[in-house]
Design a protein around this ligand. Structure first.
Ligand code: BES
Ligand code: ZN
Ligand code: ZN
Length: 509
């Protein structure tokens, strides 16, 4: 998909579809639309009245221009009330254009950034949101489907972006628009890359092929890369991670990527840790088949980390970033680890296994302790850790926990801007009691209640006192039904918030 900025007369744009916004509380047609209306002998205003189109968010009107204008169709899209207008409204607006564009088999679409005629127009952010909505909304995973002509016909090739409805984008803004366009593209490409890997089936993405992919990305993106196999994992003392991998015939891989800036300007060392179960069958505590379906998504945390790491050479933060992923399957083979086993983790703590399906926290225990050993000054982990988190917050929202409120607040505030929904869950000393074991330092399961929180508090044992945030993405990482610009399947959740966070950290003093 190609993007161009248009700074000439809107009348001159040749395209299959030209999309423009209408605010609900400002139903007066803009000067440009009025001008088009005149050229079409009042066809637009007639339709607006007939259809009672009032600019409600998500409502739209498609107008054929009968060869009288340079654009073949005009799409008027409602964006709701001005007071409710946020960046997410722009992403949704963009997604609607993509949908309508696909429906009408448009190849070249043009659009005015909604809100761009308002005086408080924030060019960079608005453009970024528009690009995100378009690229993310246009995503589909059809690699394994036979190619038919129809799917090819519905691909948009070119997007023209317009700002000021009345005329030209001011030159000072054009630079901002370019920055927004480029950043929007970078972020969305990273998300779609995460979706592509996340959607790969578990017979294709195994711990080995995931590690090979990580190595390739490291080479392409100038990252250091260390990959450790089963013997090294045992030798390093990662007894919890090693145990999880034992029931599988696929060898486990511990993946460590490092981004080193050319000049280190900050003492900060950020570690990103991602849960990497390429498949979670539950192990001996086998999942019922309905819950097993979609467990290819149990690698989503790692996929997000990998996609973020792949963009650091473009983003160029001025501090070191580690990407840490303990890749394995959780299978019930003859050599599988068992409920009752007592495991010794990388930081020396012992863990009694209650349930082999609570495996993510075991792999993360060693990965987090490894991050501490790298002298990380800040750790963020992402994990499809608990079904309980989905019960607590619904499938669209990630649960955020940790030992450092300022860091939690920073991430929550970035998440708000990116449109990734996150909500904090409280650690609780009473719940902590439930992780006490009679025979080991900890057990790997509390009881039914507060399962997302006990899982988070389990992890806290492995980060020492390093500032740390845990993001449970079990809900939003994968969707069986698409919603908005999140198509069904892997969502690439977390990529946008993490990239935005790293960008802000780079710019802060
Ligand atoms: N990978 C699952 C969590 C999960 C559930 C992710 C649904 C995405 C969607 C995790 O390893 C798991 O199996 N958790 C169990 C824990 C249970 C044994 C206490 C769960 O949540 O059911
Ligand atoms: Zn599990
Ligand atoms: Zn799991």
């Amino acid at each position: 998909m190609e993007f161009t900025l248009w700074d000439r007369d809107i009348n001159e744009v040749e395209c299959d579809l030209l999309a423009m916004e209408l605010f609900e509380d400002d139903p007066e047609l803009s000067d440009t639309v009025k001008q088009f209306d005149r050229q079409l002998d009042g066809h637009i205003s007639r339709l607006v009245t007939e259809e009672e189109f009032k600019g409600k968010e998500g409502k739209s009107l498609l107008i054929t221009t009968l060869g009288r204008l340079k654009s073949k169709r005009i799409l008027l899209l409602g964006v709701g009330k001005r007071e409710d207008f946020i960046l997410e409204t722009i992403r949704k607006f963009a997604f609607h254009i993509v949908n309508k564009g696909k429906d009408s088999k448009a190849k070249k679409i043009a659009t005015v950034i909604p809100g761009s005629s308002a005086s408080d127009f924030r060019p960079q952010e608005y453009t970024q949101a528009l690009i995100e909505g378009i690229i993310l909304g246009a995503y589909q995973f059809d690699k394994y489907k036979g190619k038919n002509e129809e799917s090819q016909e519905c691909k948009i090739d070119e997007v023209v972006i317009l700002t000021e409805v009345s005329g030209k984008a001011k030159p000072s803004r054009k630079e901002d628009l370019m920055v927004g366009l480029n950043w929007g593209r970078l972020v969305s490409e990273a998300v779609n890359m995460a979706r592509d890997i996340g959607n790969e089936p578990p017979n294709i993405i195994t711990p080995l092929s995931f590690a090979e992919l990580a190595r390739k990305i490291a080479t392409d993106c100038s990252l250091d890369c260390h990959i450790y196999g089963p013997e090294e994992i045992e030798k390093m003392g990662m007894g919890a991670f090693a145990a999880v991998s034992k029931g599988s015939t696929q060898p486990a891989k511990f993946i460590h990527l490092i981004y080193r800036p050319q000049e280190i300007e900050k003492n900060k060392i950020l570690a990103l840790v991602g849960k990497c179960l390429t498949y979670d069958s539950g192990g001996l505590s086998l999942k019922p088949s309905a819950s097993m379906k979609t467990m290819k998504s149990d690698k989503s945390g790692a996929v997000t980390v990998l996609a973020v790491m792949s963009k650091l050479k473009d983003l160029r933060p001025n501090f070191v970033v580690h990407g840490i992923m303990a890749a394995t399957e959780n299978m019930p083979g003859g050599n599988a680890y068992k409920p009752d086993d007592i495991l010794k983790s990388f930081n020396g703590k012992t863990i009694e296994v209650i349930d082999t399906d609570a495996e993510g926290r075991l792999t993360l225990a060693d990965a987090l302790a490894f991050a501490v050993k790298q002298q990380a000054t800040e750790i963020i982990d992402l994990a499809t850790l608990t079904g309980a988190c989905i019960v607590a917050l619904g499938e669209y929202t990630a649960g955020v926990m940790g030992n450092n409120q300022p860091l939690i607040d920073r991430l929550l505030s970035e998440a708000k801007n990116t449109g990734e929904k996150m909500w904090q869950l409280p650690f609780d000393d009473n719940l902590k009691e439930k992780l006490k074991s009679d025979v080991a330092d900890l057990k790997n399961l509390g009881d039914r209640y507060g399962g997302a929180i006990t899982a988070g508090m389990f992890l806290e044992n492995f980060v020492d006192k390093t500032p740390w945030v845990h993001i449970d993405i079990a809900g939003p990482a994968f969707h069986e039904k698409g919603w908005g610009y999140n198509p069904k399947g892997a969502s690439g959740f977390g990529v946008r918030t993490l990239l935005e966070y790293i960008k802000q950290e780079k710019e802060s003093h």
